[in-house]
Design a protein around this ligand. Structure first.
Ligand code: ITT
Length: 212
């Protein structure tokens, strides 16, 4: 008999995020859909001024159109020397559409002349999970690092080639997917809601509805 897996919709258009989240959840008997499974859905503008607001907005919209438990990540890079910029505007730092190379070059320009000890930064991820019944769960994860003066590595996405992890002696883009998923802001946020995800995975009927 074919196993019935519970379904979750990952409310993201970002393939890098989707790959990481799927890898983190691969042990659980949960079928993961993404917005690529809903090609007719237009990309909605993020209106919030915090990671939390944006994560809630994305998860809420997804649950409304899909009727599935929906999970959204809103994340970004906070650079201390720039007063926390680019923050919630990380994806659009160098304008729209999002261009990782342009974002990284703009960041290097803004930090020109600032010595390494003052280039501290962190990635922040806020994850929101909302059920069709309207139960809302949120969690935040952070990962501290330093912005290098040149790009290193080809893995990951976004600002990963500039984000140096002193304890690894590597940038995020020099880590494997599994290594990034041991230390990242996203994995730390997701771990905080792991018990909920396990409960979803244990549902025998594969249903995405009902109280968690
Ligand atoms: P969705 O809203 O569809 O999920 P998005 O890329 O627009 O995709 P965000 O609004 O949350 O997502 O913006 C996240 C940006 O922050 C992303 O484009 C990167 O520039 C940066 N970012 C977040 N997590 C990152 C990571 O793990 N590594 C590198 N950059 C990251």
């Amino acid at each position: 008999m074919r196993a019935m897996f519970s379904k979750i919709l990952m409310a993201t258009h970002n393939r890098g995020k989707a790959t990481e989240l799927k890898n983190l959840l691969e042990e659980l008997p949960i079928r993961i859909l993404t917005l690529e499974d809903y090609p007719d859905k237009p990309i909605v503008e993020e209106k919030g001024t915090s990671f939390l607001e944006n994560a809630l907005q994305k998860a809420k919209e997804a649950v409304e159109f899909s009727g599935l438990i929906s999970l959204a990540d809103d994340s970004g890079l906070e650079v201390d020397a720039l007063g926390g910029q680019p923050g919630v505007y990380s994806a659009r730092f160098a304008g729209e559409p999002c261009d990782y190379q342009k974002n990284n070059l703009k960041l290097l320009r803004f930090l020109q002349g600032i010595p390494l000890p003052q280039r501290t930064a962190r990635f922040v991820s806020v994850i929101a999970l909302i059920t069709p019944e309207g139960q809302v769960y949120t969690a935040e994860g952070r990962c501290e690092g330093v912005i290098l003066e040149e790009l290193r590595g080809t893995g990951g996405f976004g600002y990963d080639p500039l984000f140096y992890l002193p304890s690894w002696g590597k940038t995020m883009a020099e880590l494997t997917l599994e290594e990034k998923n041991m230390v990242s802001h996203r994995c730390k946020a997701l771990r905080k809601i792991a018990p909920l995800l396990q409960r979803i995975g244990k549902r025998r009927d594969g249903s995405s509805a009902g109280r968690l």
